[in-house]
Design a binder for this molecule. Structure first.
Ligand code: NAG
Length: 173
């Protein structure tokens, strides 16, 4: 498991669990600085790329990429955390559908990990390398359209853990 994946999942799961939206993925409204593509097969970008971040996201693969409504999507990630991440860490998530803001919410990172099993990952998350895999089903009921997601995570001390953004298009068929 990896910090980042955790975030990713955390926010995916949080979205899937708590809102009619979902695993939309990312792009970048409101990013502060540079973004760069994350290695692997996914639409994800690392945002705030010229800022110091606790988590180094080495690889993210989505299968299938892009995800499909009514089907499972598996996210595999490899990340490396430079520090231990403890209770109090949080994730700000913003999701847009086209120009409409569907969600703008802050989640408790450790709580989300407790509530959404991600390879058993729990806080405190020790510094080190993690690989995680998580499969989630994307409901057929997800409205078609272009989703843009921005997730930015911070430690309890407001140090940036990671910033991930991206977008995904669900066709109407
Ligand atoms: C998604 O995966 C779960 C667990 O493997 C499986 O039970 C479910 O049927 C799958 N859903 C779809 C739409 O393939």
């Amino acid at each position: 498991m990896t910090r980042f994946s955790v975030l990713l999942f955390t926010f995916l799961c949080a979205l899937a669990a708590s809102s009619p939206v979902f695993p939309a993925f990312f792009r970048l409204p409101g990013t502060r600085s540079q973004s760069r593509p994350i290695a692997g097969d996914s639409p994800l970008m690392q945002c705030d790329a010229d800022e110091k971040q606790v988590l180094d996201i080495q690889l993210v693969n989505l299968f299938p990429n892009p995800p499909v409504r009514g089907e499972n999507v598996t996210v595999s990630a490899a990340v490396s955390s430079k520090d231990t991440i403890v209770a109090g860490a949080y994730v700000d998530v913003e999701v847009r559908l086209g120009y409409i803001k569907l969600l703008s919410q802050t989640y408790d990172l450790c709580e989300e990990l407790e509530n959404n099993d991600i390879d058993g990952l729990k806080c405190p998350i020790q510094a080190g390398d993690y690989k995680i895999d998580k499969t989630v089903e994307i409901p057929q009921e997800v409205p078609p359209g272009k989703y843009t997601v921005l997730a930015r995570a911070f430690t309890e001390d407001d140090e940036e853990i990671t910033c991930v953004s991206g977008d995904i298009y669900f066709p109407a068929y």
